[in-house]
Design a protein around this ligand. Structure first.
Ligand SMILES: NC(=O)c1ccc[n+]([C@@H]2O[C@H](COP(=O)([O-])OP(=O)(O)OC[C@H]3O[C@@H](n4cnc5c(N)ncnc54)[C@H](O)[C@@H]3O)[C@@H](O)[C@H]2O)c1
Length: 353
């Protein structure tokens, strides 16, 4: 397929009208209202009444069609000529829905985790290759403005401390907390460290659901970098924080507050003070010739999902590789599955079940 003209509208559908699909539909509609070359034409949910209710809530009833199956969408005699779609159905359905779409000539943005098994992920990748479709993974935190502002600071991360805690809701219970929440941070840390994994240790237990609801994981990379991850979906508070240390620098980011703070040790200028002047709030005397430099990078304010959908539409328009490939998503999935195995081993060793 050739590049599209810059003003040619990309005709999109959203599949899955649940908690997250609703957000995809809302943002496509917002982009359309803002004059971007995109047109939301269909919302698909096996519970068609839910799709219709979501369209009503978004003020889109009448303008956009609701379907109960992707086959119905593709076979509609009114042929909507859909060229791109977001897949926001439960993880176990991602392969079947995205394959049907790709085989029907539709480019896809597949929510994270792209699949629950490496086989499914592999089949998805093979289908994208065979059909020549653009297929992007929806690892949303890559578009978090705090992560974007952190990228230029990354030099040689050696130690990560990552927390993602949320209160219990009866959603995404088809997967455990590793595939539901920790996968966000696994993708981010793999992306920042870019090194093979040497060792994984993990503990996790079910609390309110039948699957692991809270997990703590230690990952050691080939570079020697160590990352500790804690993820919980049974917390009393909401926390989404990532902190890391690299030579002479500490960086702390809060995904939720979209805030980044860094503290670096730098040669003092002018040098040769006996003791570097104290930084307000960091009243620490450093050895001669050094000072502590705190900084808060400027943070853009765009909603991460909006940035993600724009990046997807851009890849569709230009027929270029999307910013998050299915191969990268498969790599994060492989680590998540290895973590699940280590949790199972730990559970057996500890005689919990
Ligand atoms: N990126 C993020 O931060 C983020 C956040 C939440 C959820 N998600 C992901 O989005 C996906 C959906 O999660 P959710 O919380 O919206 O789930 P949900 O259960 O609220 O909604 C899923 C919807 O899909 C529909 N559905 C199921 N199978 C279908 C099929 N074959 N065809 C059409 N519709 C079908 C269901 O009826 C339901 O309405 C999951 O993969 C989840 O991991 C991502």
């Amino acid at each position: 397929m050739n590049n599209m003209n810059a003003d040619e509208k990309i005709r999109v559908a959203v599949v899955g009208a649940g908690a997250f699909g609703r957000n995809h539909a809302r943002i496509y509609a917002e982009l359309q209202r803002a004059g971007e070359p995109v047109e939301l034409l269909a919302l698909v949910d096996q519970n068609r009444a839910r799709a219709e209710a979501v369209l009503g809530e978004l003020g889109l009833s009448g303008a956009i069609r609701a379907y109960s199956h992707v086959d119905d969408l593709l076979a509609d005699p009114a042929n909507l000529h859909i060229t791109a779609a977001s897949v926001a159905v439960p993880t176990g359905q991602h392969l079947q829905v995205s394959q049907t779409l790709m085989q029907g000539g539709v480019d896809v943005l597949i929510e994270k985790p792209i699949a629950a098994t490496l086989n499914d992920a592999g089949e998805m990748i093979a289908t994208a290759e065979r059909t020549g479709r653009i297929a992007m993974a929806g690892h949303l935190e890559r578009f978090n403005p705090a992560i974007r502002a952190t990228l230029p600071l990354v030099t040689r991360p050696m130690f990560f401390e990552v927390h993602r805690l949320s209160v219990f809701t009866p959603r995404s219970l088809d997967v455990d907390v590793v595939l539901d929440l920790m996968i966000h941070d696994l993708d981010i840390v793999l992306w920042l460290v870019r090194s093979p994994i040497r060792e994984i240790r993990a503990v996790g237990i079910p609390i309110l659901s039948s699957k692991v609801d809270i997990a703590n994981v230690r990952v050691e990379f080939g570079t020697g970098c160590v990352a500790n991850f804690t993820a919980s979906r049974v917390s009393t508070e909401r926390v989404r924080k990532l902190r890391f240390f690299q030579p002479r620098q500490y960086v702390s980011l809060d995904y939720g507050r979209r805030d980044v703070f860094s503290l670096s040790v730098q040669p003092a200028e002018p040098p040769a003070n006996d003791v570097a002047p104290p930084v307000p709030g960091f009243d620490i005397a450093l050895p001669s010739g050094f000072r502590l430099v705190p900084s808060r990078p400027r943070i853009d304010d765009e909603e991460p999902l909006r940035s993600e959908l724009r990046a997807f539409l851009d890849a569709v328009r230009t027929r270029s590789a999307p910013p998050i490939t299915l191969e990268e998503a498969r790599a994060a999935l492989a680590v998540a599955l290895e973590i699940q195995e280590q949790i199972a081993n730990h559970t057996r060793r500890a005689g919990i079940i």
